[in-house]
Design a protein around this ligand. Structure first.
Ligand code: TYD
Length: 200
């Protein structure tokens, strides 16, 4: 089973992923937690290139690097883990590419979709939590954090990303659960658990 977490910076997906991992492990489930881009040595190397490159990367090169990191992660880690019965929790997956490179950078959505398909081999998450937060709140929460190359993109870019996530979630309401991330960590975590309980 694959459960993914999506949302903009400061939405709390990393914390929520950790809390869900603890909850599932307490119930005796084997859980593997990973992040995108990353999760393997090769994919973490690509992450460095993507997030800390001093040169500006062209949108299509950026897209293909995310997909390359993903293809390797899916093939070497996610698929084998699912096959052996683990629950894989992934901090971002292909919906981020649709939101950031598609809606954000303006690469035609059909192109992004096709690249996502190549990278995942058609693997679709069982459940995706989109932790929804508006831009003001995100900026407020992330004020003291160091921003990576993509997080340095302007407000217009992030408005398009947020609008993109809304459209992506709207198109697949059974898979993508929209969670209001402006509340407390505890309230968000309970909402997530209640959805996960349904599919265990
Ligand atoms: P992440 O590690 O989730 O950073 P944070 O926890 O600070 O949100 O993601 C790294 C950055 O990469 C983030 O700015 C979003 C971006 N990203 C894309 O643009 N496309 C993608 O396909 C993925 C997976 C991430």
């Amino acid at each position: 089973m694959l459960i993914t977490f999506e949302g903009i910076d400061g939405s709390g997906k990393t914390t929520q992923l950790r809390l869900l991992k603890e909850y599932l492990e307490e119930r005796g489930r084997k859980v593997i937690a990973i992040r995108e881009p990353g999760g393997t040595v090769f994919s973490e190397n690509i992450r460095e290139l993507l997030l800390y490159s001093e040169e500006n990367i062209s949108p299509r090169a950026e897209l293909l690097l995310f997909e390359s990191a993903r293809a390797h992660l899916v093939e070497t880690l996610i698929k084998p883990a699912i096959e052996e019965g683990s629950i894989v929790l992934c901090d971002r997956f292909y919906d981020s590419t649709m939101a950031y490179q598609g809606y954000g950078r303006g690469i035609p959505l059909e192109e992004v979709k096709s690249c996502n398909m190549t990278a995942t081999g058609g693997l679709v998450p069982t459940l995706t939590f989109y932790l929804k937060l508006d831009l003001d709140e995100s900026r407020q929460r992330a004020k003291y954090r160091q921003h990576d190359r993509i997080e340095q993109s302007g407000n217009d870019f992030f408005e398009r990303v947020i609008e993109g996530f809304a459209k992506i979630a709207e198109a697949e309401p059974r898979r993508i659960i929209v969670i209001d991330a402006s509340g407390s960590i505890g309230a968000t975590s309970i909402a997530i658990r209640n959805h996960v309980k349904r599919i265990l």
